[in-house]
Design a protein around this ligand. Structure first.
Ligand code: DGP
Length: 125
């Protein structure tokens, strides 16, 4: 079965410039911007510019250039936000996918959270 991408999602609109965002970093294939509802002092979303719904979609179909760009963009955002292990106290990166992952926006995004102790990764819900 192939992946289905809905280009009406909010991050597709951000990529098309239809909705404003607070950009942290833009590279050839990726965009990083602040989450509208931050859960920590650092809460940045990193997205590929390509039409990928989830990380498994991206890993299966993105080019090597896109994958390298996205991976390095995530690292660069951590550096810019001062949460790397060399300059700060660390961070958490999360990528929700699908119904069980409780993904709200169906365009691949990685949350980078930091700037405070984040507690246990999961609590029962
Ligand atoms: P997820 O549940 O992993 O799909 O997270 C989606 C995140 O996107 C959530 O933390 C809130 C954020 N978000 C939703 N709409 C907007 C928006 O219009 N702009 C920005 N910057 N973030 C948004």
């Amino acid at each position: 079965m192939s992946y289905t991408y809905d280009d009406k999602n909010i991050f597709a609109k951000i990529l098309r410039g239809e909705i404003p965002n607070t950009t942290v970093l833009e590279t050839q294939h990726s965009l990083a911007f602040r989450d509208l509802y931050p859960q920590a002092p650092t809460h940045v979303l990193v997205i590929p510019k390509g039409a990928y719904v989830s990380y498994d979609h991206f890993a299966a179909e993105a080019s090597e250039d896109e994958i390298v760009d996205f991976t390095r963009a995530i690292g660069e955002v951590c550096r810019l936000e001062g949460v790397t292990l060399t300059a700060g106290n660390g961070f958490r990166m999360i990528s929700n996918a699908g119904e069980d992952g409780v993904q709200e926006v169906p365009h691949l995004h990685v949350h980078i959270l930091g700037g405070r102790p984040l507690g246990l990764m999961l609590t029962q819900a």
